[in-house]
Design a protein around this ligand. Structure first.
Ligand SMILES: NC(=O)C1=CN([C@@H]2O[C@H](COP(=O)(O)OP(=O)(O)OC[C@H]3O[C@@H](n4cnc5c(N)ncnc54)[C@H](OP(=O)(O)O)[C@@H]3O)[C@@H](O)[C@H]2O)C=CC1
Ligand SMILES: CC[C@H]1OC(C)=C(O)C1=O
Length: 318
């Protein structure tokens, strides 16, 4: 798909913080210069951007040792239209509808000028053509979370016919991890933990066993799993791993045989999932409190930071 692109202004609106702190204290909507383009980058007119916990952890200074310089425009996930291409860009052209995670390494010098803005500059290799059946809102919800699930299962060497437990099944990553495990990697059994109000959502995503962690402890159940995908950060997952299995840990402490990793972005990862997305086999999950409008980003972060989001918190930027 291609869209028409208006003239590019020299200034644009962006959410920015100049010091680390709470969203309500430091996050402001300001007019900034449109980011300059490197030769291998494209300028994206942002239609939608999604929030991730790494955005608020970063804004609280938890990764300052490896962060890019302040001031910071937050936002990793973007969906929009290519407005301009750098001199070395070969695979994208003006008008292409694209999506992606704009920071190749989530914690190591992530983009200073992020996606919660009217324009963002990003290397073509980090983007993919938006699936034609998905809205910009739906597409923006996917990149960082779906690549995290994909990379975690790849590193765990998940094979068809194996069993998976997803801890945090209703969250941004967990809601996609259930679907990928079941429909992309061919797991024979997918179990997931969530709380009482989200049991039906998690079952609808393909979980064969839904564990209400408010009522039951998965460690007390008889099942053991080839792969535990821990999107919660309690180190209990390794206690239910089968002999020879592993635990993928996204955050917090790790015990053997588990491992933790940090997601790496590449548009080719999204291309691998194109058919699953365009066929509707794997579906975006957008928290019903959203999408939030561009003026409500502080509210959106406050909601995400409450830790109860179902699927992804998305911002409509147009
Ligand atoms: N290492 C990496 O590269 C990455 C790490 N992460 C990290 O992974 C974690 C998850 O990210 P993301 O999914 O975006 O976060 P979300 O904010 O989307 O997770 C919210 C969800 O977590 C669920 N949840 C919270 N506690 C529990 C629990 N004890 N058991 C089951 N479900 C629970 C909530 O459900 P309920 O209301 O039912 O409790 C809610 O649905 C974050 O800490 C994030 O920083 C994320 C992406 C990449
Ligand atoms: C080390 C985990 C850290 O990296 C990302 C992307 C997060 O969300 C984290 O908490």
């Amino acid at each position: 798909m291609a869209s028409t692109v208006a003239a590019i202004p020299s200034l644009h609106k962006a959410w920015v913080y100049k010091e680390y702190g709470a969203a309500k204290d430091v996050l402001k909507l300001e007019e900034l210069p449109v980011p300059p383009l490197a030769p291998d980058q494209v300028l994206v007119k942002v239609h939608a951007a999604a929030l991730n916990p790494v955005d608020f952890k970063r804004r609280l200074g938890k990764f300052k040792a490896t962060d890019s310089d302040l001031p910071t425009v937050p936002g990793y996930d973007v969906a929009g239209v290519v407005a301009k291409v750098g001199s070395e860009v070969s695979s994208l052209k003006q008008g292409d509808e694209v999506y992606g995670d704009i920071s190749e390494f989530a914690l190591d010098k992530p983009k200073q000028w992020g996606s919660i803005a009217q324009y963002t500059a990003v290397e073509e290799k980090l983007l993919a053509i938006k699936p034609r059946n998905l809205s910009f809102i739906q597409a923006a919800s996917l990149p960082l979370a779906i690549q995290t699930a994909q990379e975690g299962f790849d590193k765990a060497k998940l094979r068809a016919g194996q069993s998976v437990l997803v801890l945090g099944g209703a969250g941004g990553v967990g809601s996609l991890a259930i679907q990928l495990a079941k429909f992309v990697y061919g797991a024979s059994l997918v179990a997931a933990t969530t709380s009482t109000p989200k049991l039906e959502l998690v079952k609808s995503l393909g979980a064969d066993i839904v564990i209400d962690y408010k009522e039951k402890n998965f460690e007390d159940m008889p099942e053991r799993y080839d792969v535990v995908f821990d999107a919660v950060g309690e180190p209990k997952g390794t206690n239910v791993v089968k002999e020879g299995g592993t635990a993928v840990v996204l955050t917090g402490p790790v015990n053997p045989p588990g491992f933790r990793f940090v997601v790496t972005s590449n548009g080719s990862n999204l291309v691998r999932l194109k058919d699953f997305l365009e066929s509707g086999t794997v579906k975006p999950v957008i928290d019903p409190k959203g999408p939030f409008d561009f003026g409500s980003v502080v509210d959106a972060f406050c909601y995400l930071e409450g830790g109860r989001a179902s699927g992804k918190v998305v911002i409509s930027v147009l």
